[in-house]
Design a protein around this ligand. Structure first.
Ligand code: DX5
Ligand code: ZN
Length: 220
């Protein structure tokens, strides 16, 4: 189980104290920082862009796992990479020429991820698997933190896990939305290796303890 990674999603952090909150997540043993970029079009919410990613980069060595919930992400890939994003994930639903977008991310020297919404079939990932470094299964409809995990996401994780295994390639399988100690166990059983957690990490009052609790919950 030690290879399970926790990607702390700063969307649930207190942005007035972002640097401190990130350092607490580091102290608690977060493996990655998950950065949710929202444009008010692809999702009904607006968060932040490359400028904030760059500001975070100045204060952490943790890999920046950048989740682009934006339309036509191609326009901004270079900006996010320059700002310090290590992994750039785009949505299958937002990319007409997905293979081109993924190739562009890799040309920029970042790892490339593809995310799918809860109502998008895992079968749509098949033809992009040879090119990606990460698959992200959304277990809530993207746009907001603090939503309830959608049951059935475990089935999609299992399907994605099998598809990945058939490629023989190393591809991270990540899950995002409604992850707490209880759902963490279910998604790990289904094959998830990277758990994105926002509310359960940042909203309980003790960030390091919350990350440790998530990890202990996983180990049990
Ligand atoms: C939702 C975002 C998530 C969000 C998860 O659109 O992609 O990363 O921060 O938050 P929780 O862990 O609160 O469900
Ligand atoms: Zn996310």
């Amino acid at each position: 189980m030690s290879k399970i990674k926790i990607a702390a999603s700063i969307l649930a952090a207190d942005f007035a104290y972002l640097k401190d909150q990130i350092h607490l997540a580091e102290k608690g043993g977060a493996d990655w920082l998950h950065l949710d970029v929202m444009d008010g079009h692809f999702v009904p919410n607006i968060s932040f862009g490359p400028f904030v990613v760059g500001a975070i980069r100045e204060h952490t060595k943790l890999p920046l796992d950048t989740h682009l919930m934006i339309e036509t992400p191609d326009r901004f890939l270079e900006d996010f990479r320059k700002a310090g994003a290590d992994i750039i994930t785009v949505h299958q639903e937002a990319c007409i020429h997905l293979q081109r977008t993924v190739a562009h991310i890799k040309d920029l020297g970042a790892k490339a991820g593809v995310a799918i919404n809860p109502a998008t079939s895992t079968s749509l990932l098949q033809d992009i698997l040879p090119d990606v470094d990460l698959i992200l299964i959304m277990s809530v409809n993207p746009g907001f933190g603090g939503q309830t995990f959608i049951k059935g996401s475990e089935r999609k994780l299992k399907e994605a896990k099998d598809m990945i295994a058939r490629t023989g390639r190393e591809i991270y399988l990540e899950v995002d939305g409604g992850i707490d100690t209880e759902t963490a166990r279910a998604v790990i059983k289904a094959g998830a290796e990277v758990l994105v957690a926002g509310t359960s990490v940042f909203r309980g009052g003790d960030i390091p303890k919350a990350i440790q609790a998530l990890r202990t919950g996983i180990m049990e």
